[in-house]
Design a protein around this ligand. Structure first.
Ligand code: NAD
Ligand code: WQD
Length: 334
């Protein structure tokens, strides 16, 4: 398949491109590099041993997209491009709605014009809001998001559902990711947050290499086994492989399908911290702090639908994720 990957130099996009190339797909990457760097391309090429065409294009740039689609006939688009910082989205809602929603609309319009009706979208478990129970399956209702970022995911899902209802020729996979961490085992690609990380794992790895003093554990009074927040952490390589499997929806023209991509296991902040210390043989200083506004106690997936229908199941353990995240942080520093 010839696949347009938006946001392909980012964290999840770059790992997915590696897996797509491994399965002999023809990939073209576009990214405006607002949260990644062009050097990622050379590292993808090192890992895969293949050349990948890259274009510095903003998904809101209709003219550039049209030019690209005139020169390339895409079978499918996997759409990762977007802004994703929860806190920042509360400070800059208009930027988030413009980049994520307007950007997706422009992209969809161009794809429609050039008869590419196959689309895979990076959604998030955040669309479930505060779930009534765990594990969460795809029949759970979408909830109230606590930030503009979350709303962009929820709204784009609705746009894609409406698009498919209006024209069933569209084949669309909505993939709801749980908490991606880890990195490619080569240490050549991984997550590269700007400034102070918001997410748990990049914060831990920065403490591990001495870039930050200690981890702040946001709350130890939740209704969870040890009081700290529980999440479904998934290795980014497993997540990437999930995208390759999701192409089944496109190849078999299945219409619109929704899948959770998670492991089905919930781990607490303290379990992640202790596992990280054990596998990397390193001490991570931490302090208990008040709960972070907007956080929920626990969130983990029921991933059975993806197993049954796509034949996809996460393989990597929390130990693997902690080891590969640290390995990437060390490579990044050197
Ligand atoms: P990332 O920031 O590493 O990658 C996103 C890429 O999109 C970046 O390279 C950025 O430069 C690019 N981009 C942003 N706006 C663009 C625009 N207007 N035009 C072109 N390129 C643009 O983030 P990621 O973690 O790889 O996330 C990929 C997708 O998955 C995002 O849509 C994100 O919302 C979604 N997602 C991420 C997580 C997570 O925890 N990382 C969880 C659920 C969903
Ligand atoms: C995990 C746990 C924190 C940092 C976010 C987005 C979500 C999705 C993934 C994109 C929680 C605790 C964290 C720290 C801590 N992104 N924590 N100290 O909040 O589950 O999800 O990223 O779609 O939309 O909301 O992930 O990694 O921020 O937090 O104690 O310094 O770690 O309270 O329990 P979260 P996270």
């Amino acid at each position: 398949m010839k696949i347009l990957v938006t946001g392909g130099t980012g964290f999840i996009g770059s790992h997915t491109v590696v897996e797509l190339l491994d399965q002999n797909n023809d990939v073209v990457i576009i990214d405006n590099l607002c949260n990644s760097s062009e050097s990622v391309i050379k590292n993808i090429e090192k890992i895969s041993g293949k050349k990948v065409p890259f274009f510095n294009i903003d998904i809101r740039d209709k003219k550039a997209l049209e030019e690209l689609c005139t020169k390339n006939k895409f079978d499918c688009c996997i759409h990762f491009a977007g802004l994703k910082a929860v806190g920042e989205s509360c400070q800059k809602p208009l930027e988030y709605y413009d980049n994520n929603i307007n950007g997706t609309l422009v992209l969809l319009e161009v794809l429609k014009k050039y008869n590419c009706h196959n689309f895979v979208f990076s959604s998030s478990a955040t669309v479930y809001g505060s779930p009534k129970s765990n594990p969460i399956d795809e029949t759970f209702p979408k909830g109230t998001c606590t930030n503009p970022y979350g709303w962009t995911k929820s709204m784009i899902e609705q746009i894609l559902i409406d698009l498919h209802n209006a024209n069933p020729d569209w084949n669309i996979a909505l993939l709801r990711y749980f908490n991606p961490i880890g990195a490619h085992k080569s240490g050549l690609i991984g997550e590269n947050p700007n400034g102070i990380p918001n997410n748990l794992m990049p914060y831990i790895t920065q403490v591990a290499v001495g870039q930050r003093k200690e981890l702040n554990v946001f709350g130890n009074d939740y209704d969870t086994p040890d009081g700290t927040g529980v999440r479904d952490y998934i290795h980014v390589v497993d997540l990437a492989k999930g995208h390759v499997k999701a192409l089944k929806v496109i190849k078999e023209k299945q219409g619109l399908k929704i899948y959770n991509l998670g492991t089905g296991h919930g781990y607490s902040v303290m379990q992640v911290l202790k596992t990280f210390e054990k596998v990397n043989n390193i001490k991570i200083p931490y302090k208990i702090k008040p709960r972070r506004p907007g956080d929920i106690a626990a969130c983990y997936a029921n991933p059975q639908k993806a197993l049954k229908e796509l034949g996809w199941k996460a393989q990597y353990t929390l130990e693997d994720m902690c080891r590969d995240s640290y390995n990437w942080e060390i490579h990044k520093k050197n």
